[in-house]
Design a protein around this ligand. Structure first.
Ligand code: C5P
Length: 223
C-alpha cells in the first residue's frame, strides 16, 4: 500500500482533531495537530511577554521555540515546548483567546509551515489545521474541509473542556469559536478556505464513528 498525505482543514471545533486522531490509529498513520503548534507558540509568547507588534522580538522568540510531539499512554499525543509538556496549558481559554491573533503573524506561519513540511516528508501522515490543503501540503492525496453547525461545535468543545477539568460557560465557548473563525478566515496570510479539490464534510448530524468510517473509506479509495 502506498502512503498518502491526508489534509484536514476547517472551522474551529468541528471535530477535525478527534477524527484525524482516530483515522490515524486505524491506518497506522502519524497524526499531527498543527493547531497545537500555534497554541504552543502562543503559550511561549504569553509566558515570555513577547509583544505581538515587535517583529524583532518575535523573530528572536521563534528561534528559541522547539515544538515536538510524543504519544502518551492513553494513546493521545502530548505537545512539547522546549522539552516540556504543555499539552494541558495550550488547551486553556487563555491560549484559545490569543492564538488566532498570533497565527496572523507571517513569521510565525513561515516557521510552523517549514516544520510541518519536514514532518510530512515521510508521508503516511494526517494533519489538521486551517491551511494544510491550501498551503502546507497543496499536493496532498486527500483533502477534507470540515464544518458543523455552531451549537453542535460549541457543545462538543464545552464537553471536551469539561473532560479536561475546565468548566467554561457555553456562551464563552461560542464567542471564542466565532472570534477565531472570524480572524482565521479574514487574515492576510493563508486564511482558512476550502482548497478547490477538498471534499466537504459536515459533521453536524453525524456520529463520531460514522465520521471516522467515512474518512477511512475516502482514504482507502486513494491508497
Ligand atoms: O486547531 P486549533 O483550533 O487548536 O487551532 C488553534 C488556532 O491556531 C486556530 O484558531 C488558528 O488561529 C490557528 N491555526 C492556524 N493554522 C493552522 C492551525 C491552526 O492558523 N494550520
Amino acid at each position: 500500500l502506498r502512503k498518502i498525505v491526508i489534509a484536514i482543514d476547517g472551522y474551529s471545533a468541528c471535530g477535525k482533531s478527534s477524527t484525524a486522531k482516530e483515522v490515524a490509529a486505524i491506518l497506522g498513520y502519524r497524526y499531527i495537530d498543527s493547531g497545537a503548534m500555534y497554541r504552543a507558540v502562543t503559550y511561549y509568547f504569553q509566558e515570555h511577554h513577547i509583544s505581538l507588534t515587535n517583529p524583532k522580538e518575535i523573530t528572536k522568540a521563534l528561534e528559541q521555540i522547539h515544538i515536538s510531539f510524543k504519544v502518551n499512554q492513553k494513546n493521545g499525543t502530548d505537545t512539547f515546548l522546549n522539552g516540556l509538556s504543555v499539552e494541558k496549558e495550550i488547551r486553556k481559554m487563555r491560549v484559545s483567546e490569543m492564538v488566532s491573533q498570533v497565527s496572523t503573524i507571517k513569521d510565525v506561519r513561515t516557521a510552523m509551515v517549514d516544520q510541518q513540511r519536514r514532518m510530512g516528508r515521510e508521508r503516511g501522515i494526517i494533519m489538521d489545521g486551517r491551511d494544510i490543503g491550501t498551503v502546507v501540503f497543496p499536493t496532498a492525496e486527500l483533502k477534507l474541509f470540515m464544518q458543523a453547525e455552531m451549537n453542535v461545535r460549541a457543545f462538543r468543545r464545552q464537553q471536551e473542556l469539561l473532560e479536561r477539568g475546565q468548566l467554561v460557560d457555553l456562551d464563552d465557548v461560542i464567542e471564542n469559536i466565532r472570534q477565531r473563525d472570524e480572524i482565521d478566515t479574514t487574515r492576510a496570510e493563508s486564511p482558512l478556505r476550502k482548497a478547490e479539490d477538498a471534499i466537504e464534510v459536515d459533521t453536524t448530524y453525524v456520529s463520531f464513528d460514522e465520521q471516522v468510517d467515512e474518512v477511512v473509506r475516502l482514504a482507502l479509495s486513494k491508497i
